[in-house]
Ligand binder design. Structure first.
Ligand code: IVH
Length: 673
C-alpha cells in the first residue's frame, strides 16, 4: 500500500503540477483501483494522505479552529507605481544598499497555510484572524496540486493562494444554483464546502509563495526554488531586482524564466505587468514586492499588522475602506434570517454607505468576517453595497461572527436549511410585522398611509396582527394617538379603501407566500389560473406536477404552491379578504371570459396554425372557455391541437392516448363565439 501510494502521488505531481505524465490514464486508474481495493480491506492501514483522499468524502466536514504556528500577516499596500518605487528606494537605503527584491503576482484567491511534519501534510488552515485559522484539510487534500507528502522530513509551513482560473470559474459557476460573484469567492467558498467530495469537483489550483523551513536557506529565492523542488507549484511569473549583478545571476540560475534588472527598472516592470494582467488566465489584484534576504527581513521587522520588508502594489484603487461596527440580524416575513453589516459610514461613488447585506453564515465564514474588522466595500452593479473582503482583522475574539442560536425577536431556536437560517415560528412578531409591511408597500398594494411606523404602532397595540385586520380595523380608534389627527385618519381610510381595487395579480403577490412573487403570479395567470379558486382547487385536488406544467414555475415553487393553498390559515386569510372586497379574479380587460365549454381540459399546441398567428391566440381562446394550456405533453394533457408540420409532441401525445384535434376541428369546437 505504501509503495502504491508513493507511486500514485508521484504520478499526480507529474500530471497536475509538471504537466508531464509518464503513464496513461488507464494505467494510473489501474494503480489507484488496486490501492482502493487494499484500503477497503485494510482500512486501519490507509494513510490520511493517501492519494485516494483526492476524491474527497461524503461525510460532513467540521472546520475546527487551530492556532497558527507561523505568523500569518497581511500586507501594507500602495496604489501608484511611483509610490512603490519610493518605498523600494527607502527600504534599500535602510538595508545599506545590498539588497534584492522579488516581485510576485498577488493572486486573487483564498489564502491558505499548509503545515507538514515528517514529510506528511498535517493540516491546512485558512488565514482566520492571523493567529487562529479554520482547519479545512479535507477540502485542501482534494486539490491535486497540493503535495500530500514531500521528501523533506523536517517540519515545514507553506503559505500559498488557492485559486480558480476565470475560464473554469465561468464554466463551473454556470451550473450552480447559487452563483458566486467572482473566482475568489468560489475558491474561498469551496475551501469551506461541507462535503469534500463536492470540493473535489471544483478545479482549484495553488501557488505557493512563502516557505517556513526549520533550517537552511537564507534567501527567499532559495526558499521558492526549494518549494518548487519539493513538488509545490511556484508561480514562474516572477521578477528579481537588485543593484547587485551577482545576486541577479544567482536568481537567474534558480529561475531561468525570471525577469530581472536593477532597482530603477521596477517601476517600468510594475506598469508592464499591470497592463498585461487581463491576458492572464486567473485574477491578479496586484503585485507583491519582498526583500529576499531573510536576515534583512528579521532586521526590518514588523509593524503591528504588516511586515516592513514587503509591500503590495494594488491595481485597483480602493473600493472604500470601512469598519464592521456590528451585525444586525434581520428576520423576513418567511422567516429567513439575513445578517446585515452595520458599517462605519463611508462615502462611495456618490453616496454614504452604512449597511450592506451579508447574505448568510456561509458568506460571513467565507470572508472570515468578525466585528471590528477593517473591510473593503464595493457597489455591485454600481448600486448595491457589498462587503468584498477583510482588509485587517481586529484582534478581538471570536474571529468570525456567528449568527445567534435563537430568533432575536421571539427566541425560537433557528433552524438551518441549505445556506440559510430560518425562524420557523409563524407567530413571530417580527415575521408578522414584516408581512404587513410587505403587503402595504408601494410595489404591492401601495397603501401609502400605512408605512413602517404606523404598522408598528397598529401591531404593538394588537389592533392589526394579520393582513385581513387591515380591512377590518376601525381606524377611528387611532384618535388620540400621538400624530394621528382626524385628517390623517381620514387619509388612511381612503387609501385602505382605494387598495381594494388593485388587480388580482397584485393581491396574490402581496399575500407574500414564499416563492409566489410577480413573475410566478404572471405565469400562473397566463396559464389560465386567473381565479384564486382555480389555484386552491388544483392544490386541494392534485399534486405539484399540475403547477409545474406552467411555463415559468419550477418544481420547488410548484410544491410551495400546493403547501400554501392547502394551509387552513392561508385559506382563511383569503376568505376574509374576499369578504372585505379585494379582487381574487383577473379580468382580461379586452377579452372577457365566454363560457365553460373547455373547463377541466388541459391543452398543448404544436405545429403552425393557419388562423391563429401567433399560436398564443389559440391559447387565449381555450382560456376564455375555461380551459388551460401547457407547454409540454404529459400524462395530464387532455387535448393536443396539432397544426401543420407538428413536432415530437404529436408522437408523444399519440403514445399517451391524448385526443388529437386538427385546426378545423378546433374551430368547430369554439362554437358560435
Ligand atoms: S505575501 C507576510 N505573496 O495577498 C507575507 N501574499 O495581504 C504576506 N497573496 O491574503 C503575504 N499572492 O493570501 C504574498 N505572492 C504573494 C501573494 C500573496 C496573493 C495574498 C495573501 C494575502 C494577501 C496579502
Amino acid at each position: 500500500m505504501e509503495i502504491l501510494a508513493r507511486e500514485l502521488l508521484r504520478h499526480q505531481h507529474l500530471y497536475h503540477v509538471l504537466a508531464r505524465p509518464e503513464i496513461s490514464d488507464a494505467e494510473y486508474d489501474r494503480l489507484l483501483d488496486e490501492l482502493l481495493r487494499l484500503e477497503k480491506r485494510f482500512p486501519q492501514l490507509a494513510s490520511p494522505n493517501s492519494p485516494s483522499r483526492r476524491v474527497g468524502s461524503d461525510l460532513d466536514n467540521a472546520f475546527p479552529e487551530r492556532p497558527h504556528t507561523v505568523p500569518v500577516l497581511s500586507l501594507d499596500k500602495l496604489y501608484q507605481p511611483e509610490a512603490v518605487a519610493q518605498w523600494l528606494r527607502k527600504t534599500a537605503t535602510a538595508c545599506g544598499g545590498a539588497v534584492g527584491f522579488a516581485v510576485e503576482e498577488k493572486i486573487d484567491g483564498a489564502s491558505i497555510v499548509l503545515y507538514y511534519d515528517r514529510g506528511e501534510l498535517q493540516y491546512a488552515l485558512t488565514r482566520g484572524n492571523g493567529l487562529v485559522g479554520n482547519d479545512v484539510s479535507d477540502n485542501v487534500r482534494t486539490v491535486a496540486q497540493v503535495p500530500l507528502r514531500i521528501t523533506e522530513p523536517a517540519a515545514l509551513a507553506v503559505r500559498g493562494e488557492i485559486y480558480i482560473t476565470r475560464r473554469d470559474f465561468e464554466r463551473y459557476n454556470a451550473g450552480l444554483p447559487e452563483k458566486y460573484a467572482n473566482p475568489r469567492n468560489l475558491a474561498a467558498g469551496t475551501l469551506r464546502n461541507l462535503k469534500s467530495a463536492l470540493a473535489a469537483r471544483v478545479p482549484l489550483n495553488i501557488f505557493a509563495y512563502e516557505g517556513f523551513f526549520a533550517a537552511g536557506g537564507r534567501d527567499h529565492m532559495e526558499v521558492l526554488a526549494r518549494l518548487r523542488d519539493l513538488g509545490f507549484r511556484v508561480n514562474p511569473r516572477l521578477g528579481f531586482f537588485s543593484a547587485d549583478g551577482e545576486r541577479r545571476r544567482r536568481a537567474r540560475a534558480l529561475f531561468p524564466e525570471i525577469a530581472d534588472g536593477p532597482l530603477e527598472d521596477v517601476e517600468k516592470y510594475l506598469r508592464l505587468q499591470a497592463e498585461g494582467r487581463r491576458a492572464l488566465p486567473y485574477d491578479v489584484d496586484g503585485l507583491v514586492l519582498k526583500v529576499t534576504d531573510l536576515d534583512l527581513r528579521q532586521e526590518l521587522g514588523y509593524t503591528a499588522h504588516h511586515p516592513r520588508w514587503a509591500m503590495a502594489y494594488k491595481y485597483e484603487s480602493p473600493q472604500a475602506a470601512s469598519r464592521l461596527l456590528d451585525v444586525q440580524v434581520q428576520v423576513g416575513r418567511n422567516g429567513r434570517v439575513t445578517p446585515v453589516a452595520l458599517l462605519e459610514p463611508v462615502a462611495l461613488s456618490g453616496s454614504t454607505v452604512t449597511r450592506a447585506t451579508l447574505h448568510n453564515q456561509d458568506y460571513i465564514d467565507m470572508l472570515e468576517l468578525g466585528i471590528g474588522d477593517q473591510v473593503s466595500i464595493s457597489k455591485r452593479g454600481d448600486v448595491i453595497p457589498a462587503v468584498e473582503e477583510v482588509l485587517e482583522k481586529s484582534e478581538q475574539q471570536p474571529a468570525i461572527f456567528k449568527l445567534p442560536g435563537r430568533c432575536p425577536f421571539c427566541r425560537t431556536p433557528l433552524v438551518r436549511e441549505g445556506a440559510h437560517h430560518f425562524c420557523r415560528n409563524e407567530e413571530c412578531p417580527e415575521r408578522r410585522r414584516r408581512a404587513l409591511a410587505y403587503f402595504c408597500a408601494r410595489e404591492q398594494m401601495d397603501i401609502e398611509t400605512l408605512g413602517e411606523r404606523t404598522i408598528a404602532l397598529l401591531y404593538e397595540k394588537g389592533w392589526v396582527r394579520c393582513i385581513p385586520d387591515i380591512y377590518e380595523f376601525d381606524y377611528g380608534r387611532l384618535q388620540g394617538e400621538e400624530g394621528y389627527k382626524e385628517r390623517k385618519i381620514a387619509r388612511i381610510r381612503e387609501s385602505v379603501e382605494a387598495s381594494k381595487s388593485r388587480p388580482f395579480a397584485r393581491v396574490l403577490a402581496a399575500l407574500g407566500f414564499e416563492g409566489v412573487a410577480g413573475a410566478v403570479v404572471a405565469a400562473l395567470i397566463d396559464h389560465g389560473y386567473d381565479d384564486i379558486d382555480k389555484i386552491s382547487e388544483t392544490a386541494a385536488r392534485e399534486g405539484w406536477e399540475e403547477f409545474a406544467a406552467v411555463e415559468g414555475v419550477g418544481e420547488a415553487t410548484a410544491r410551495l404552491l400546493v403547501e400554501h393553498f392547502r394551509k387552513p390559515r392561508n385559506l382563511e386569510t383569503i376568505a376574509r379578504l374576499r369578504r372585505a372586497g379585494l379582487r381574487f379574479r383577473a379580468e382580461s380587460a379586452s377579452r372577457p371570459r365566454l363560457d365553460d365549454s373547455f373547463a377541466g381540459q388541459l391543452w398543448v399546441i404544436t405545429g403552425s396554425l393557419e388562423r391563429f398567428t401567433p399560436r398564443s391566440l389559440a391559447a387565449e381562446e381555450i382560456r376564455r372557455r375555461g380551459g388551460r394550456v401547457a407547454e409540454s405533453v404529459t400524462g395530464r394533457t387532455t387535448h393536443l391541437l396539432a397544426g401543420a408540420t407538428p413536432g415530437s409532441k404529436l408522437a408523444k401525445a399519440e403514445k399517451l392516448g391524448v385526443e388529437i384535434v386538427s385546426e378545423d376541428e378546433f374551430l368547430a369546437r369554439l362554437g358560435e363565439h
